[in-house]
Design a protein around this ligand. Sequence first.
Ligand code: DON
Length: 572
Amino acid sequence: MLQRKTLILILITYIGLLNGCRQQTSYQGYSSQKVAVSDQAMVVAAHPLAVQAGIEVLEKGGNAVDAAVAIQFALAVVYPRAGNIGGGGFMLYDEIGGKTVALDFREKAPLAANKDMYLDAQGNPIGGLSTKGALAVGVPGSVDGLLLALEKFGKLKDRKLVMKSAIDMARQGFAISSKEAERLNKFADDFKTLNPYDFPFVKEGDWAKGDLLIQTKLAQTLTDIQLKGRDGFYTGACAAAILKTMKTSGGIIEQKDLTQYSSKWKTPIQFDYQGYQVNSMPLPSSGGLVLKQVLKILEPYDLDSLGFQTAESIHLISEAERAAYEVRAKYMGDEDFYDVPTAQLLSDEYIKTLAEGIDLAKASPSQVTPHTHTKTLESFQTTHTSIIDKQGNSLSLTTTLNSNYGSKLYVKEAGFFLNNEMDDFSVKPGVPNTYGLVGAKANEIAPEKRMLSSMTPSIVKKDKKAFLVLGAPGGSTIITAVLQVLLNVIDYKQNIEQAVNSCRTHHQWLPDQITIEKGCLSTEVRNALTAKGHTLKETNYMAIIKAIHRTENGTLTGVGDRRNPDDHAQGL
Ligand code: DON
C-alpha cells in the first residue's frame, strides 16, 4: 500500500516536473521579428514574449484593448527596464464606428510633495534627488489605467485571461535577452545600493543572455491584481509593501495617495494634416500639442521638393521644432493645476505667428540663459505598443518608468521597480531634467499634479479608418520621432519600414542644437547646416518607434524599430 502511494507520488512529481520544464522552455526560446504583414490583425511591442501574450488574447476573441492589457502586464515581467506596474502612461483608442478616446494614467505628485522639494537651502537642485531613490517616485497609475481601459473598452474584460501569461512568466521565469542582460549589468551597483538585500535582479557575477529571471513576488502581486482588480495594487499587501519601501527609503507616498489615484479620460488632440486626421495625446503630455504645432508650421511647404534630409528641409523642420519646444517649456503643464492657454496654443493664428518667426536662411538662436546638457539619450526606458485588431479597432499605448528601471528602488515584498517620473516636473525654472528639457511655472511641482510628458501615442486616420498607429519611447525625442515617421510616410512617400528605420534628427529649443543620429546626413549637408548657424551634436540613436501601417485594401504592416533588438511585430 505504502509502495503504491510512493509510486503515485513519484509519478505525479515526474509529470509536474515535465510540465514545468515544458512551460519554461516556451519562455526561453524566442526571437524577434522586425516586420510582419497580415490582413487580419497586428501587434507591435517591445518584446516578443509580450507580443505573444497579446496575440493569444486576440486569438481567444479579445479586442485591441484586451490584448494591450495582456501585453502591458507581460512587459512588466519580461521588459522590467520599462514595462511596469510601478509607473504610468497614456493610451489612445480608436473604436471602429465609435470615437477616439484618450486615457491618462500618468503618475501624480504625492500629497506631501512641494515645489522646492529637490532644492537645497540656497535654492539649488540637489543632484540625483529627482532621479534616483524614494523621493523620485510619483504615485503609480499603470494598474488603475489598464484595468479601467479593460472594463470600459475590453471585449472579453477577463482579468483571468489577460493576466495569465504575465503571471506564468513571472512565476516560471523567462530567458532574458542580451539587451536586458546588458542593462541589468549596467545598473547593478545602483540596484545594490538602493536595495541592500537579495532580490531577483542582483546576482553574483554578470547577467548573460538566456539567464532565467524568476519573479515570484511579482507573480503574487499580479495574482492579487487578477483576483481583486485595482485593490490588489492600491490597497492590501501590495500597498503595504509600497508604503514600507517608502518608509525605509525616505519616500513620501502614503496610503491616501494610492487610494486616491485615478486615471482620467481625455479628448485627444485632433487635427488634419495633408488630408489625414491626426489623433494624439493631450496634456499632461505635450506630445499632441507639439506635434500639431510643428506639422501645421510645415504644412504649407512642399517638403518633398525641398528634398529628404537636405540642409533646407532639416533647417526648416528644426526651426519648427525649436519654436514648438519653446512653447512647451514656457506654457505647458497639467491643465488641472495651471491655466494653460491650450486653445490659443493650438489656434491657427498662434501657429502662424510661430511660423512667421522662422528665417529660412539662418538659425534663430534660442534666447535664454546658456544651458548645457551633454548626456546622450538611449531610448529603452519607456515602452510603446501599437495594435490593430480584426474588427479594425486601433490602439496606441505608451507606458514608462521614466529612466531604466525607474528610480531603481524595488518594492521588496511586492516584486517591482518604482518609477522616477517626478524628474519630468520642472524642479526649478530653467534647470534641465534628464532629457535636457526645461520648464516653467506651468510644470512646477504641486501635490497631486501630473508631470508634463513627451509621450506621443498617436493614431492617424484616413477615411475614418486607422492609417498609421505609432508611438515610441525616447524622452524628449519621442515627439520628433513620431513627427518624422509621419513626414516620411505622408510627404516623402516612404514605405513604413523605411519610414521607421530612416535616421533622425531632433531639436528641442534648449539645448540649442540639432541632435543627429550617428551616420545620418552627409558632410555636405552638415556643413550647410553649420553655415546656417546650427550646432550639430551626434548621438547613437533616438526614440524607438513601433508602427502599424494600413493600406487602402486593409493589409497591415507592423514594424518594430531596428534601434531596439527586442522590438517585435507579429500579425494574426
Ligand atoms: O513622459 C515622458 O516624457 C518621459 N518620462 C518618457 C521617458 C522615456 O521615454 C524614456 N525612454 N527613453
